[in-house]
Every structure is written in structure tokens, then in C-alpha cells.
Write a protein that binds this ligand. Structure first.
Ligand SMILES: Nc1ncnc2c1ncn2[C@@H]1O[C@H](COP(=O)(O)OP(=O)(O)OP(=O)(O)O)[C@@H](O)[C@H]1O
Length: 288
């Protein structure tokens, strides 16, 4: 990734939570950069993936505390931005799609109104133009009866459709970067592949950057250009998805070994033998 293509640069990011038993360090000094490419962040539950995604948009809720040397977007350090400036960044320049649309869509407002209001907020477009744009986006995410869905309430649509609506809503302001946090993990496999294909097409057509957060190494390596592997709040490895098989870190090697083998379905699943040293090992491999 060349310097001028860099959209996002994160330098020495920490997320800490004060608890009764002391400080929990959810993210421990990670640094990475993202260009107009698809970057997957993979790691087990609790490894700090979501906190990393939320930190970029400065969405860590108190008592959680986020610190970093730099979180810059297109050269501007977001850490210097006021809350008002951040509101302009969120959903406008950088959008985030969460796991469950039920928590992100307003249950008492029709789908169409939510999408068109989101658009109007950023573009200042008229009601008519916003409705046209919303219907166009619903079609772009392959919703067959956009007019009917436009007038539906969130509880009247299926999970897969809800997730596509969220994607439509997040993409309507044409962001430069999309952060998708487990966007399809609540969906069954066929719907999941369909939603991913739509997201992939939109990302490619619009030349956006994508940060795709997932615990599913296989999914991420087939869908992304590069993979960042997190363990215990640190980045233990960064590599091209196509070179994942050459991964060096023992945790990544363990994850790869634990994938089911299609050519030998009866093979015994490997057990991840955790070494406490991993948690404190610096990012050992980074080739991008
Ligand atoms: N409110 C909180 N108080 C204390 N610790 C917290 C709090 N919220 C998160 N954490 C800690 O932050 C760590 C990282 O959480 P994060 O949600 O980023 O993990 P994740 O890798 O996204 O996992 P998952 O896939 O389960 O969402 C967790 O292990 C947890 O210990």
C-alpha cells in the first residue's frame, strides 16, 4: 500500500476499562494503516476487534478510555476533532455497520424514512430527492420490492433484509471507509454470502476502503485483501490474505490448523495450545 493511498492511520492505540479488579486493557498499543482496500481484522472473542473499530470513530463509552498517538483519516488527526466535527465524520466519511440491525434501526420509524432522513441530514437534499436516493440504494442492495420495504417497519423485514437495509443506509452518504463489525454473523450461510457479495460489489464500485471485523478466519481470508490478526488486545500478525498459509505467528498457525479440512472431513480437529507469552509478544510479522 503506497503512502498516498492511505485513508486511515492508527498509531499506538490503547483502550482501557477501569474495573473493580483493576484496569482491563482491551487494546494494547496497536498500529495499522488502511488504504482503498479490504482489510479483515480477525481474532477470538475478547481480542479487542470491536473496540478497535469503535475507537476509529471515537465511540468508546465511558468508563472505557481510548488513547492513541494518532488516528488520522485522509491526513487529518481525528483526535484533534471536536465532537461536532466527529459527528460529521461518522456515517458521512466513515460508516459503521454493526452485527445486529435490530439494535441499529429505529423500531418505530419506517425503513424508508430512516434511510432518507439519514441522507437528508448529510446532503441537505429535498424529501423527494432523498426518497428517490433511498429507493435507488434499496435496489442496489438487491431488495426486490423497494417501495414495499421502504414503507415497512424494521420488525416487518427478515434479518438478512435488515442487514442489507443497514448497508444501504451506511452507504448512502458515499463514505470513503466502511467499518463492518461482524455484519453477517447473525445470518444463515446463504444469506451471509449474498450480503457479502453485495457489500463487496459496492466497495469495489465506489473505491471505498473496508475494515471487516470477524472471528471467522476462513471468511475473512476469502473476502479481504489483507488480514490483521489480533490476540489479547495486540496485533500479532498482518499479512496478505493470499499469503495467510505462510503466517508465522503460533496463534495464527494454530487458527489455520484448527480449520476443518474439506479433503479429509474425518480428520481430528487441532486444539489451540495457548502460550501465555503470545499475549506479550510484539507484532511479530507485518508484510504489506
Ligand atoms: N465495559 C467493559 N468493562 C470492562 N471490560 C470491557 C468492557 N467492554 C469491553 N471490555 C473488554 O474489552 C475486551 C475486548 O472487547 P471487544 O468487544 O473489542 O472484543 P472482540 O474481539 O470484538 O470480541 P467479540 O467478537 O466477542 O465482540 C473484552 O475482552 C473485555 O474484557
Amino acid at each position: 500500500m503506497s503512502e498516498q493511498e492511505t485513508l486511515l492511520r492508527v498509531e499506538d492505540l490503547w483502550v482501557r476499562f477501569p474495573t473493580r479488579n483493576g484496569i482491563v486493557e482491551a487494546v494494547r498499543g496497536i498500529s495499522f494503516a488502511v488504504g482503498r482496500e479490504r482489510v479483515g481484522i480477525v481474532g477470538e472473542s475478547g481480542s479487542g476487534k470491536s473496540m478497535t473499530g469503535r475507537s476509529i470513530l471515537r465511540l468508546i463509552r465511558p468508563p472505557g478510555q481510548m488513547t492513541a498517538k494518532e488516528i488520522s483519516f485522509k491526513g487529518d488527526n481525528l483526535l484533534d476533532y471536536s465532537e461536532r466535527q466527529m459527528r460529521d465524520v461518522r456515517g458521512h466519511k466513515i460508516s459503521m455497520v454493526m452485527q445486529d440491525p435490530k439494535f441499529s434501526l429505529n423500531p418505530v420509524m419506517t425503513v424508508g424514512k430512516q434511510i432518507s432522513e439519514a441522507y437528508r441530514l448529510h446532503s441537505g437534499a429535498s424529501r423527494g430527492d432523498a426518497k428517490r436516493k433511498a429507493l435507488e440504494m434499496l435496489e442496489a442492495v438487491q431488495i426486490r420490492e423497494p417501495e414495499r420495504v421502504y414503507n415497512s417497519y424494521p420488525h416487518e423485514v427478515s434479518g438478512g433484509m435488515g442487514q442489507r437495509i443497514m448497508i444501504a443506509m451506511m452507504l448512502i452518504p458515499d463514505p470513503d471507509l466502511l467499518i463492518a463489525d461482524e455484519p453477517t454473523s447473525a445470518l444463515d450461510v446463504t444469506v451471509q454470502m449474498r450480503v457479502l457479495a453485495i457489500m463487496d460489489k459496492l466497495v469495489k464500485d465506489r473505491g471505498m476502503g473496508l475494515i471487516f471485523i470477524s472471528h471467522d478466519l476462513q471468511l475473512v481470508s476469502s473476502f479481504c485483501d489483507r488480514v490483521i490478526i489480533m490476540y489479547g488486545g495486540k496485533i500479532v500478525e498482518t499479512c496478505k490474505a493470499s499469503e495467510l498459509h505462510n503466517a508465522k505467528h503460533p496463534y495464527t498457525r494454530g487458527l489455520l490448523a484448527a480449520l476443518p479440512q474439506i479433503d479429509d472431513p474425518k480428520a481430528k480437529l487441532a486444539v489451540l495450545d495457548r502460550d501465555p507469552v503470545w499475549r506479550d509478544q510484539e507484532s511479530v510479522v507485518a508484510y504489506d
